[in-house]
Ligand binder design. Sequence first.
Ligand code: HEM
Length: 153
Amino acid sequence: MLKKFELVGKSLEQFQGNRLEFTSKFYEILLTVHPELRRFFNNKDLLKQKKMLSGLLIIISRRWRQPQTLASILRRIGGNHFRYGVKPEYFTIFEEVFLMTLEIQMGSNWTKEMQQAWSQAFDEMIEWMVEGYEEEKNQTRSAATFVLRHKFS
Ligand code: HEM
């Protein structure tokens, strides 16, 4: 568990100072390869989006030794994505493009070991996000059921 996050943390150190360049490239590739996802960002400030993703990368590079902290942050982010209407099926597209961007940006520093570590770490992160997503979905359903029951009883 920690081994894969260690490699991920170490590879992120290479982007200190140019994280925004990395996340800009990421969104450029994501929205070019998957134009169907553009609708989620239509009324959003893309620069803010890039900065928020950079923020998550800073958290991962500082907190990879504390998986419980990472888990609770990613569960919260997953819950937010339920509210944005982004289904978990899309999370793997995000992973795929993220790894593609890493490979492009790292050039000859990108190794097979790093690719495996990132892929496993992402699977873990997505699991946490999906937990948060499902929790938010269930809470929203219970709240809606409660309101409807009182309205029509
Ligand atoms: C593993 C996958 C993903 C990760 C790690 C991730 C990460 C983040 C982070 C860190 C934020 C800002 C914090 C927050 O709002 O909770 C965010 C916001 C957002 N994300 Fe994601 N995201 C993922 C997948 C996606 C996908 C697939 C889409 C849409 C196609 C998407 C659309 C959005 C939108 C619309 C926002 C809100 C932006 C705003 O309020 O201005 N995300 N995401």
